[in-house]
Design a protein around this ligand. Structure first.
Ligand SMILES: [Ca+2]
Ligand SMILES: [Ca+2]
Ligand SMILES: [Ca+2]
Length: 381
């Protein structure tokens, strides 16, 4: 056992762990800290090579705080239930066992265990109706378990190329999918993203946490490392306000995320999850307009950024305002700004404003506040 995790390990209060009897009658003999579905036994920890990933993730959620040792999890006083379904040298497992994991949690919840959040730092299987159904069941009334998952490490837009379970965040209101950013707020090159399918971003590059070998602590990178930051925030939220439903938790996480230029239109919230904002319910302040990206099509200009005020931001090209600005409300962030503006002035006008082979300056101007974004250089077809 990793010392910096031991005090926060969940212990099944209805099970005598060493008598070879299924005392609580849940179908699992001596399930003291959870269950190992991969090997079919009670030993949730097998060895350092197989369980590096899970131990690291557990530390980010809930390594013991204030013990003058190592790291501190996001939620210091959480209880960590371990459910293993990946193993072997390649960390493989089956969707069937993932489903059994989640069913175990739902059953524990029904038996009175206050399990409210699942961290799913895994993915890569195809769409599974049964997996989708069990995750949805976890979010049902009176169960209210939030399912936080990694967006995946293919560096792709998963609105286009689906990745599961992350894509369930589109339809299921208890699923939060998480992209990875580095310490400079940049989206990690390996991180999947998606305006519809990835809810929020969190730190996932060079994250120090607990490992089950002689090093005790080591850095790892991945959306697997980002997801537990958000799972920890969810645990904090539910510890201060247990009456929140899973749906409400997801809405608050998305609404209170801090928008950043880099994440504009890349995730639903256009931002980084904020524990402080989520716990206080404070929406981030409206910032000044900044352009992150400009996409010039034959007929349409699309500008992504932060701080665009709905109904009063204007796209300017070399200081000339474009006509027919569209404010895309599906790109609305929690502080009521939007992250995408478009204009479709037609082929002729675009050709004139963005002459072939030339760079132009694009700015966003807000006549209400008088604010203008820094210049963004684009063009050059
Ligand atoms: Ca049992
Ligand atoms: Ca027993
Ligand atoms: Ca510690």
């Amino acid at each position: 056992t990793v010392p910096d995790l031991a005090a926060n390990a969940w212990v099944n209060p209805r099970e005598n762990p060493n008598n070879g009897v299924d005392d609580d009658g849940n179908g699992f003999i001596d399930d003291k800290n959870g269950w190992n579905f991969y090997d079919g036994n009670k030993d949730v920890f097998q060895d350092a090579s197989q369980d590096m990933h899970g131990t690291h993730v557990a530390g980010t959620i809930g390594a013991v705080g204030h013990n003058k040792q190592g790291t501190t999890g996001v939620a210091w006083h959480v209880k960590l239930m371990s459910l293993k379904f990946l193993g072997g040298s390649k960390g493989k497992g089956s969707t069937g066992d993932a489903i059994k994991d989640i069913a175990y949690l739902i059953d524990q919840r029904k038996r009175g265990t206050n399990v409210r959040v699942i961290n799913a730092s895994w993915g890569g299987g195809g769409d599974s109706q049964a997996l989708r159904e069990v995750i949805a069941a976890a979010g049902q009334k009176d169960i209210e378990i939030v399912f936080v998952c990694a967006a995946g490490n293919s560096g792709e837009d998963i609105d286009e190329t689906a990745d599961f379970p992350a894509d369930y965040a589109v339809d299921l209101n208890n699923v939060i999918s998480v992209a990875a950013i580095d310490s400079g707020d940049n989206l990690a090159g390996f991180s999947n993203f998606g305006h519809k399918s990835v809810s929020v971003a969190a730190p996932g590059v060079g994250i120090w946490s607990t490992v089950p070998d002689i090093r005790e602590y080591a850095p790892l990178s991945g959306t697997s490392m980002a997801s537990p930051h958000v799972a920890g925030i969810v645990a904090l939220m539910l510890s201060t306000k247990p009456s929140l439903t899973a749906k409400e938790v997801k809405e608050i996480i998305v609404k209170t995320a801090e928008p950043t230029t880099e994440l504009a239109s890349k995730v639903v919230s256009s931002g980084r999850a904020s524990a402080y904002n989520a716990l206080t319910g404070i929406a981030p302040a409206k910032g000044s307009p900044i352009i992150a990206r400009a996409n010039i099509g034959k007929k349409k200009v699309t500008i992504d950024g932060v701080g665009f005020l709905n109904g009063s931001s204007i796209i300017e090209v070399n200081g000339v305002a474009m006509s027919d600005i569209k404010y895309d409300d599906s790109y609305k962030v929690g502080n009521e700004t939007i992250s995408r503006l478009t204009s479709e002035p037609g082929k002729k006008k675009i050709k004139k404003m963005f002459p072939k082979g030339q760079l132009v300056n694009v700015t966003i101007f807000n006549p209400t506040t008088g604010e203008r974004s820094p210049k963004f250089v684009t063009g050059l077809f």
